[in-house]
Design a protein around this ligand. Structure first.
Ligand code: SF4
Length: 140
């Protein structure tokens, strides 16, 4: 919870809704994306329909198989953003849609989520390289 009383999840929801409302689903971001050949069903679908699915996910909907494949294939190149005629940060929209699709806001995930069972041990291993013995005893 930040000092304004807004949680991170609430902020993400509000930002996703704001961007979804501003998007016209023109599909220019999909046309510009270099990853569409690697996302099942995207090249076969109309770009505007794929974009509309992404917007639906931003609003908390289930999107479409092609939209979810596009969201999951995003490598964060950012090439989509300058393609947007509405001057929206399309890459950021994809990131927010990815958060929603992976269930990061508490909803059921719409895409497979990879679990890294070694995440915590890895963080601790790197932390031991920089923390003092006293800090390690306190925080690890
Ligand atoms: S290019 Fe911009 S307005 Fe068009 S679908 Fe993508 S984000 Fe929406």
């Amino acid at each position: 919870m930040d000092p304004a009383g807004v949680s991170l999840a609430e902020h993400v929801r509000a930002e996703a809704a704001r961007l979804a409302a501003a998007c016209t689903a023109c599909g220019e971001c999909v046309r510009a994306c270099p990853m569409t050949p690697y996302a099942a069903g995207v090249d076969a679908a109309a770009p505007g329909v794929v974009a509309a699915g992404m917007v639906d996910v931003l609003r908390g909907g289930t999107g479409s198989p092609a939209a979810l494949a596009w969201i999951a294939a995003c490598t964060k190149s950012g090439i989509c953003t300058p393609a947007c005629p509405e001057r929206l940060d399309a890459a950021f929209m994809l990131r927010l849609a990815g958060l929603r699709a992976k269930g990061a806001l508490g909803d059921a995930p719409l895409v497979p989520v990879r679990e890294d069972t070694q995440f915590s041990p890895k963080v601790k291993a790197f932390a031991r390289l920089t923390l003092t013995a006293e800090e390690q005893a306190r925080w690890l």
